[in-house]
Design a protein around this ligand. Structure first.
Ligand code: ATP
Length: 221
């Protein structure tokens, strides 16, 4: 469970959000929404520990992410705008390195299978700079297939994907939630789940009311 309490972030002179509190339990997808510049990326980077919040606390399984440090990083898969892909390395090499950083590194067969599932069979040995934008993104997405991290934080993961890849990513997210994981993402795409719960958090709308339903909860901030 990720437990966020009274979080505030300022960028430059602007206070993007304050008093932000929410929890993301296992088997839950938190969909962060808001207009451009409302602070979605800032929030996700703070949740990953890449950016220091101005106030509040972020706890993972009861301990602050600052105290957990590397232990938190091992439980986390972060998918940011740059995708974490090295252009001079092949898809295979990128995934081998990414998976070595994980708690339970994947073997070559698993990496080939992941690249194949993501539609990159035959492209495994090309430097990723020779791939199209969508193919590069697919290499990054193959990390999700290999990941055993219980917490995924995904910033606009659907950008540059074609309909098949969108479909596959929706499946991967649903699988992560169904096996007891947590996912926090920003997207303009709907993400249907097969099981688990969806929470919604909208940034930049402090005056709006909080509403909730039994299967989905929605928070505006
Ligand atoms: N390094 C920085 N220094 C100063 N201000 C910043 C910095 N990074 C972001 N900002 C500002 O913080 C605000 C929120 O940016 P952020 O990227 O978190 O928004 P967002 O909701 O993810 O936007 P988008 O939907 O356009 O991706 C913006 O006004 C942006 O200009």
């Amino acid at each position: 469970m990720l437990d966020v309490s009274d979080l505030a972030c300022r960028r430059g002179e602007r206070l993007l959000f304050s008093g932000l509190s929410f929890q993301v339990p296992a088997e839950t997808l938190l969909h962060v929404r808001g207009r451009n510049g409302s602070g979605k990326t800032t929030l996700l980077r703070a949740l990953c520990g890449l950016l220091r919040a101005d106030a509040g606390s972020i706890r993972w399984r009861g301990e602050t992410i600052r105290d957990l440090a590397e232990d938190y990083n091992r439980d986390l898969l972060y998918f940011g705008h740059l995708n974490g892909i090295k252009a001079d390395l092949t898809g295979l090499e990128n995934l081998r390195i990414a998976s070595t950083l994980d708690q339970d590194p994947a073997d070559a067969d698993a990496i080939f299978a992941a690249l194949s599932r993501i539609g990159l069979e035959g492209f495994e040995d090309l430097p990723t700079r020779m791939l199209s934008q969508g193919q590069k993104k697919r290499v990054a997405l193959a990390r999700l297939i290999l990941s055993k991290a219980p917490l995924w934080i995904l910033d606009e993961p659907f950008t540059a994907l074609d309909v098949d890849a969108v479909d596959l990513l929706q499946q991967l997210i649903a699988e992560q939630v169904a096996r007891g994981g947590s996912v926090i993402l920003t997207t303009h795409q709907e993400v249907p789940l097969t099981s688990g719960a969806i929470q919604r958090l909208t940034l930049g709308e402090a005056s709006d009311p909080v509403s909730s339903e039994s299967t989905e909860s929605e928070t505006r901030h």
